[in-house]
Ligand binder design. Structure first.
Ligand code: ADP
Length: 404
């Protein structure tokens, strides 16, 4: 099946066109600066050069028209007719408590997505716009939604409840949801395949470390806890997000600096984390460079980043009553030997022993643990788009079977 995977943000759309039968990425690209006069479409067909088109792209509908047009283009395209797009898979950030798995988009689903907007006011509206635009352009093509939250939807109440009055949970659905679910699911399944064991028998901690970062405790294939919460702000220190913090801190800053709600939100989401502590950069490569050069603030930022991950490894090992594998993924998890080394240091009491040479030369899917390490330490490149494509394929096949 040939599936167009769309990840629609407020002013950008990332896409991949995947042939699931051949497991082939036929093309990928992104549209940036939607709504501005100088929007840019970058498109890379497999076995081809990246092309760049600059022009006015006023909204998501026009952006998706461009994406389909470039997929059809005689010079840079990969298909001859729109009908070759068998289905569209959409990344949707927040499924709330409504969606515990991926779904075929129907009118009923659209209604529920709209009801969840309040939970993700920045992310869900562009996701919905993308779905509406794709439905309008590809009328007879099935569309599916794959949620960042759904892999975590089986967390037990003791993991998802906050210590606030229960009626606030009931009234406003304030609870922990977790995000990056497609990535945690993908890498935990790959870990089981690498260990050649059924996932039902494994206790796995997955660390997805990118600009945003989260960890999950995956016990028997089920996410029983994760570091992000009601929003992606909770948990690890991230590129620009503060992660775990005494909630009083923000009230105190708001009072002292006379910040509005919006300003406080921006402070915690955009000016904190690695950039906040280091004052240098939100990009781990640059923080590491400054660390090596002896920059004290960068050393602090790097240390806080790794210390949090280490603490959660301990916490989740306790939550699961053991650990078989620790997985590193995401831009930092896959590419930073320094971070993996710092996280795994002095962890042999838990059976975590990193092979320093393998760690330095890690690539592809690889076990980086020493032969005597009880816990496997796995580098696994994530592939969220493939998960979206495979879920979409499965849903479409089930629908086709129902219609027979
Ligand atoms: P996003 O969350 O935006 O998808 P990515 O998963 O691409 O982000 O991760 C981006 C992060 O990965 C950045 O902090 C970047 O510095 C970091 N990164 C990429 N390559 C390396 C590397 N070789 N060493 C350290 N960090 C790296």
């Amino acid at each position: 099946m040939k599936i167009l995977v769309l990840n629609c943000g407020s002013s950008s759309i990332k896409y991949q066109f995947i042939d699931t039968d051949k497991k082939l990425l036929m093309a990928k690209g992104q549209v940036e600066r939607i709504g501005m006069a100088s929007a840019v479409l970058k498109h890379t067909p497999h076995n081809g050069e990246t092309i760049r088109i600059v022009g006015e792209i006023l909204d998501h509908t026009i952006a998706i028209e461009y994406v389909v047009a470039v997929l059809l283009s005689p010079n840079h395209g990969v298909i001859k007719d729109k009908s070759e797009i068998d289905a569209v898979g959409h990344r949707v950030v927040h499924g709330g408590e409504t969606f515990s798995g991926s779904v075929l988009i129907t009118d009923h689903v659209m209604k529920a997505l709209n009801e969840n907007i309040e939970l993700a006011p920045l992310h869900n509206p562009p996701n919905i716009k993308g779905i509406q635009a794709a439905k309008a352009l590809l009328k007879d093509t099935p569309q599916c939604g794959v949620f960042d939250t759904s892999f975590h939807s089986h967390m037990p109440a003791h993991a998802y409840l906050y210590g606030i009055p229960y009626q606030l949970y009931k009234k406003y659905k304030i609870r922990r949801y977790g995000f990056h679910g497609t990535s945690h699911r993908f890498v935990s399944e790959r870990a089981a395949a690498m260990l050649n064991k059924p996932i039902e028998e494994l206790k796995i901690i997955t660390a997805h470390l990118g600009n945003g970062g989260s960890m999950a405790a995956v016990n028997g294939g089920i996410s029983i806890d994760t570091t992000m919460g009601f929003t992606p702000l909770e948990g690890l220190l991230m590129g620009t997000r503060c992660g775990d913090m005494d909630p009083s801190v923000i009230l105190y800053i708001m009072g002292k600096e006379e910040l509005s709600l919006m300003e406080a939100n921006t402070l915690m989401n955009k000016h904190s984390g690695l950039i906040g502590i280091s004052g240098e950069s939100s990009d781990m490569r640059e923080v590491e460079e400054a660390f090596m050069a002896g920059n004290k603030k960068a050393i602090n930022a790097f240390n806080v980043f790794n210390y949090r991950i280490k603490k959660y490894v301990g916490a989740y090992t306790a939550a699961m009553g053991g650990l078989d594998a620790l997985v590193f993924t995401g831009g930092i998890g896959e590419n930073s030997p320094m971070v993996r080394k710092a996280v795994c240091e002095n962890m042999s009491f838990l059976g975590i022993n990193l092979d320093l040479e393998l760690n330095e030369n890690a690539k592809d899917e690889m076990d980086l643990a020493t032969p005597d390490s009880k816990v496997k330490i796995l580098r696994i490149p994530t592939n969220e788009e493939l998960v979206i494509a495979l879920d979409t394929e499965q849903i479409v096949n089930e629908e086709l079977a129902k219609q027979k």
